[in-house]
Design a protein around this ligand. Sequence first.
Ligand SMILES: [Zn+2]
Length: 228
Amino acid sequence: MLDAGPGTVAQLLRRNTPDELDAVVISHMHTDHCLDLVTLRYSYPWIDVAKKRLLVIVPPGSMAQISELALGAGYVNFFDKSFIFDEHDGKRPIEIGDLRFEPDETQHYVRTWGFRVQARGSGEDPNKIFAFSADAGPCPALPRLADHADLFLCEAALRSLKEDDPAPQSRGHLMPAEAAEVAQGAAARKLVLTHIPLPDDGKWALEEARTAYDGQIEIAETLKSYEI
Ligand SMILES: [Zn+2]
């Protein structure tokens, strides 16, 4: 599971049981990407019931915030019987089962990593790439992440540039057309837009993005599967 924003665990439980998860990877510590670790902890069996504690990979330097989240949720050991946390180092690939996650730091308001993900299991094509922007303003990491990706899941959280910091080096999100420009420049084969501001169905975002990208574009849909 990649990121755990509010509501994601409720959706997960419609299809899976929590102990089917191999791991959770958190891109950054904004609560709209990690708050459902608390919900997941309530759904995930404790170690005396579960076969193993669930591996939760978090960004470098974020364990202090995890401790505060635990305290805010009730007590300092809140996660201990269910999860085992591991900070990645921001550079080296993370191996989880047959999946390999290559982190790349994006430009955001707090330190954030996007990922290029490959599957290397038997019968899987290691050349297929799933890329995730995480949260990001325009930055050099985005074309690296999206480079010839088979599916580029990219944020498009802005309706107008007025919603972001005006300084280019302080931007933290993308307009749909900017996400599309990245996909176009990086020759990504398919673009799926996410983090679309509510309330609307994202049609405007799709139209904006189509002006800058020739490939297939979709708005991410809850519970939809995307084959790569
Ligand atoms: Zn964020």
